[in-house]
Design a protein around this ligand. Sequence first.
Ligand code: F6R
Length: 242
Amino acid sequence: MNVRCFDSPEQATAALAGRIADAIRDRPALVLGLPTGRTPISLYAELRRLHAAGALDFSRVSTFNLDEFVGLEASDAGSFRQYMERHLFRGVNLARERIHFLDGAATDPDTECARYENALDAAGGIDLQVLGIGVNGHIGFNEPGDSLISRTHRVTLADTTRRDNAAAFGGDAARVPAEALTIGMGAIMRASAVALVATGPEKASCIERMIRGPVTARLPASFLQLRRHVEVYLDRAAARRL
Ligand code: F6R
């Protein structure tokens, strides 16, 4: 893994924003895989800034978000779709028809997962997959377990994941949906490039295990060791065990 360590979280996410901007300039019709969460808030702010400065054109880019909560309409304030609207989509010139999202309110989640998997295939897979990492080592919402699932699927969220997502639900983990739909490990492993960002001391342990530990379904991010190339953007706090 190609690990880059920065003095601050903002520097780490600014470097990743620069990496994404370069990829879009090289390939204007880039297929970009995107995460939500606290870590990429400053990443998306920097992408909005680059766009506003006239330095970045999203008009031909396609996006696929990693995951969405089950049971939430796209218009729900706690949905990842609304997070993306606030932090990126409203601030750049992405074509609406090229924004791809799992529908957490779909009446048949299995059909919805198959639809998303087909859309990923039709797009030719992901060119650049941006990832965060959960404290338990999840990527997307591929949670630790006895085994991992390759295709887009429905998942029961770990307690730590619900706690870490409580902010958007009035700070109450019990109000965080218990399930999500997520891209599986297959689409992530097949992406042409993967760039993972982690900041803050609470990520130091999972980052150490992701890079130095065994490849295990108990820490889904460890599977990234099997890829030829992964770029890892860290601040000092997240890198302190390396
Ligand atoms: C969210 C996602 C998750 C987050 C991870 C880290 O779409 O896919 O894997 O990237 O939970 O979240 P933060 O950045 O809030 O620590």
